[in-house]
Design a protein around this ligand. Sequence first.
Ligand code: FAD
Length: 511
Amino acid sequence: PRVCVVGSGPAGFYTAQHILKVPGGDLRLRGRAGTCPPREASLRCMALSRVCGGLEGSWPCSSVVGGLLGAAQTPQGHPGPLWALVDIYEKLPIPFGLVRFGVAPDHPEVKNVINTFTQTARLERCSYYGNVTVGRDVTVPELQQAYHAVVLSYGAEDNRVLGIPGENLPGVYSARAFVGWYNGLPENRDLKPDLSCETALILGHGNVALDIARILLSPLQLLRKTDITDSSLAALACSKVKRVWLVGRRGPLQVAFTIKELREMINLPGARAVLDPADFTGLESAVRDASRPRKRLTELMIKTALEKPVEMQAGAAAPREWGLKFQRSPQEVLPSADGKRARGIRMALTRLEGLGDSAKAIPTGDVEELECGLVLSSIGYRSLPLDPAVPFDSQHGVIPNSLGRVKGVPGLYCSGWVKRGPTGVIITTMNDSFDTAQSVLEDLQGGVLDTSPSREGFGLVESILRSRGVRPVSFSDWEKIDAAEVARGKAAGKPREKIVDPAEMLRIIGH
Ligand code: FAD
């Protein structure tokens, strides 16, 4: 059978990995013919599990061995029913989605999953076609004609809007655009955020909000060693921002960030936390029966709020500082006197109704204004519909599905953020992608998908793309771009200098 996956982020790659793996998965690397002898297989298994690292402990060694040694072919020498070929289509020339364009540059260890994705892409039965926008260059019904199964893993490429006056003033940015800018996402490379003010305000209490606060306040020498783009480093070098407020509609017990990210912020050199002890009154007992992560997180906030700030050495530059503001809901971004940019924000104070995660923020009627020249709204990403042929639940921003099977469209599947909404870390995405892949495998095995008619796969798509003047980028093309980025970064002591212009990427590979 031929399967295609749309999107090359974690969801796309983990779905492909699982389909290629079980059972009788052929883990031969591209260009290596023959079956591995048992010793080589187990050595390779060990190497693979090392590559997987902590995050990917769920690529179980035993099933990898099963894959390497297992029945990739039937006794007659024909490929078995699950011996699928997987083609991954990606709209950008370059793969890996938010691992490259979302994960913060100072979190290189998170990006190690790229090693596993690269192993998958190099498998003989896997092909990567970048520079192909599904829904524009090729439609989903066209893919359905070319493949037995189509998996949509195209993530969440838009952001939720605040829906308040002043939201479009200069000085107001979505977290998505700001993160895309410092991470070299082509569409955000010209953002040029105005960092000439002293106070920035981030709306949202999630890990993305903390990532942004950290990038705004990190000492430059820490960022210089990362893969942050040169142009954003230059802008941050001139930044006047020395204070960052993170504002949420609800209270400390409802924050969505996790303890690792909070601790990193608390320990950020040259920046001090400003938390109001009054915000935490009575929370120690309230959190006693909460889950362990929530309890530890709250205790860390309380401890930080009660700690006396470390005095700065006499003569030292004014410290950078950051703080959490709770129970404030944005009402309006206030314009400067000339109306040309943001100068502050008006917020409604709220009280909480209900407990825990389900507590609701209700405006008390009081308002507060806060001066800030930079407003970043970090209230969530949002998936968009891809193709009229694909059902889409606009209210929840997901493709309606049951265990990854798109409702009402046999042969169509989804995984990742477009399947379950834009929350969760890479490991959450991995688990739900494995579930979707399992549904595909079950449908292939159980005859739900008729694999008797042969499908041309990329052969058919290639002719469609050629007729539309689209030239796909292969994984080995990406590896050339990768090598060019690494070489550029080396000179500056960085892991890589990202190329941000797709035209330049295509020039490097001679397109
Ligand atoms: P994505 O990663 O967005 O991948 C979707 C892919 O589909 C993209 O490559 C996109 O270009 C492609 N695509 C879109 N439209 C089309 C189309 N029409 N045709 C073809 N291709 C298309 N998780 C962690 O574990 N640790 C972290 O430190 C961490 N940091 C994060 C920081 C930020 C700012 C964000 C937003 C998320 C972070 N996450 C982190 C979460 C993690 O990135 C997600 O769980 C994961 O990337 C979701 O995977 P996905 O494949 O569904 O979406």
